[in-house]
Design a protein around this ligand. Structure first.
Ligand SMILES: [Zn+2]
Length: 567
């Protein structure tokens, strides 16, 4: 018995998700990057595929393409209508299929009995772009031709219910009917479910290549030095040059000076150097000079005899002695007090240490690696660092590039970190949304890789299992302001989001308290936006929900006014 389904709810919430950013050449559907491309170009690809790999392979390939697209849209469904009825939530799929211009999908039947594992869904398709294109190119067919569309329906429904569901096209416009009809069930409900499901399996040759690929990756990882924090990952030229310098230094005894901004991974480089050297089996000891109080740094480094100073109740072994035979990392060396610098220089020259309060020296065999994020040359000029020590240490400097200077490595690193934290927290997410990746690439990264690490760990923890990490999770402060949205008639409208009433009240009160005019408030907002965007007018304009010319105009007016005020 077929019960009529209710009509689908309004799709206004979905249309709001479509954003056009012509300045950047991007179209978004929520966090996913979309393309507006000619159906003729997709038809041309279809033709080429049919000619090269044959109809059967083309069909399966396109079905899988559609499947992936449906899976992505399903991630949106529960997010966008969390409190709706199951049918309204499910309708996101057919409604997005309409919005994306694929087909006019109308559910005719929707029945679910979860306990019995029974799912029945009939959908009518009008104006299928695929049936249309196929018919025009190859004439009337005996078999249905809406391959990408049927893949979408299966992918969407499987991801929506988080269990395999499959659709069949039982009537197709490409076969001479006025419209297409599809029917869906859970995979195990179809008598030929197994065979249907196989159509979505990647081709065996591709699977084999993929397997080999991951084996090679696994082997490559094993060949990398084990540094406890993952391999020195990166493809950027500046980064590879730094790693290359490190490799060449490893078999020698040369004193290495690692420089670079905070968080670029100096300790990781130092421990990798240790692991690649002949000292690998011996201790690797790290000291953070900035974290130790000035009065303790000497006893920490060189040790102290019992009674050497007040509180030295027992003999203390210093880090130099503990690192004997191995490597000692002196991190944030620029923070070391001058008195300790003098002693360090003596140790480097003589290879001998003297514990505080001791009467004899001890020979140590230690390779020193120094690291700093301050410009030591400048520190010498300012009198906070010894010139002779700098000469002693600056034999083999390696500059580790900042993360913003290797933008192409960011996604690679993010995925690596996600895997690492996934294993650590026993939780899996679907990855990063396209928009989140774009945001990661455009971020300035003052904290470099360490900042990325924190962000990925937080993103993994905050994102529900199996879902994509969204940009709002990574950068809650990221507000894309009033961007163009799509009206029901398909027009772009500029619709700045209204502030909640409470915030408006607070803002008004604050203006009254400070005696600010609307103009003054606007001026300070403009300046703040430009300042936060680091002078990038396009980005500042975006944050304020206006175009770049609009912002330039307002800024020039602001300048004129301030000149007038001075006169
Ligand atoms: Zn069809």
């Amino acid at each position: 018995m077929t019960r009529p389904t209710p009509p689908m709810p309004s799709d206004a919430d979905l249309r709001k998700l479509v954003r056009f950013s012509t300045e950047e050449g991007l179209i978004w559907l929520s966090d996913q990057r979309m393309l507006l491309l000619h159906s003729a170009s997709l038809t041309a690809v279809r033709r080429e595929l049919m000619n090269t790999i044959g109809m059967e392979n083309t069909r399966r390939l396109l079905m899988r393409g559609g499947y992936a697209s449906g899976e992505r849209d399903a991630l949106l469904a529960r997010q966008i209508r969390p409190n709706a009825t199951l049918f309204d939530m499910f309708s996101v799929g057919p409604q997005l299929h309409r919005l994306e211009g694929a087909v006019c999908a109308t559910p005719l039947l929707f029945e679910l009995d979860e306990k019995a594992g029974r799912f029945r869904c009939h959908v009518r398709w009008d104006h299928s772009w695929e049936a249309d294109a196929h018919l025009r190119e190859w004439g009337p067919q005996n078999d249905p031709a809406c391959w990408m569309l049927i893949g979408y329906a299966s992918g969407y429904t499987s991801a929506f219910f988080r269990r395999p569901a499959l659709f069949k096209e039982v009537q197709c416009a490409a076969c001479g009917h006025s419209h297409c009809l599809i029917e869906g069930r859970f995979a195990e409900e179809w008598p030929d479910g197994e065979q249907l499901a196989r159509e979505y399996q990647p081709d065996s040759m591709l699977v084999r290549i993929d397997e080999l690929h991951s084996q090679v990756e696994a082997l490559r990882t094993r060949l990398q030095p084990a540094d406890g924090q993952g391999p020195l990952l990166g493809q950027a030229r500046s980064f590879k040059a730094a790693v290359d310098l490190l490799r060449k230094a490893a078999p020698t005894q040369v004193t290495v000076l690692l420089t670079g901004e905070t968080g670029v991974g100096k300790e990781r480089f130092a421990s990798a150097l240790h692991d690649m050297s002949a000292r690998a089996g011996k201790p690797f000891v790290a000291v953070n000079c900035a974290a130790l109080p000035a009065e303790l740094i000497e006893s920490e480094l060189f040790g102290a005899e019992k009674g050497a100073y007040t509180g030295a109740a027992a003999t203390r072994i210093g880090r130099f002695e503990r690192a004997h035979g191995g490597t000692l990392l002196l991190d944030e060396l620029g923070e070391m007090p001058l008195a300790a610098q003098a002693k360090l220089l003596r140790v480097l020259q003589s290879g001998e240490i003297e514990r505080l309060g001791a009467t004899r020296t001890i020979k140590v065999d230690v390779r020193v690696v120094a690291a700093t994020n301050v410009d030591l040359e400048k520190a010498v000029e300012q009198g906070t660092f010894r010139r002779d020590l700098l000469y002693r240490l600056n034999v083999y400097p390696i500059l580790i590039p900042a993360l913003r200077e290797r933008v192409d490595d960011i996604e690679l690193l993010a995925m690596h970190l996600l895997q690492k934290f996934s294993a650590l927290h026993g939780k899996k997410v679907a990855g990063l949304s396209d928009r989140a990746v774009a945001a990661l690439r455009s971020h300035r990264w003052p904290g470099n890789v360490r900042e990325l690490e924190n962000l990925m760990e937080r993103g993994l923890i905050l994102t529900p299992p199996g879902e994509l990490i969204e940009v709002a999770t990574l950068f809650p402060q990221w507000n894309d302001g009033g961007q163009s949205r799509l009206s029901a008639q398909g027009f772009l409208v500029n619709e700045p989001p209204l502030m909640p009433d409470t915030q408006t009240n607070d803002l008004y009160d604050e203006m009254q308290r400070q005696g600010l005019t609307l103009e003054a408030l606007e001026d300070s907002l403009l300046q703040e936006a430009v300042h936060r965007a680091g002078g990038n007018l396009a980005a500042a304009a975006r944050a304020l929900g206006m175009t770049r010319p609009q912002l330039s105009y307002r800024l020039s007016r602001l300048r004129e006014r301030s000149l007038e005020a001075k006169e």
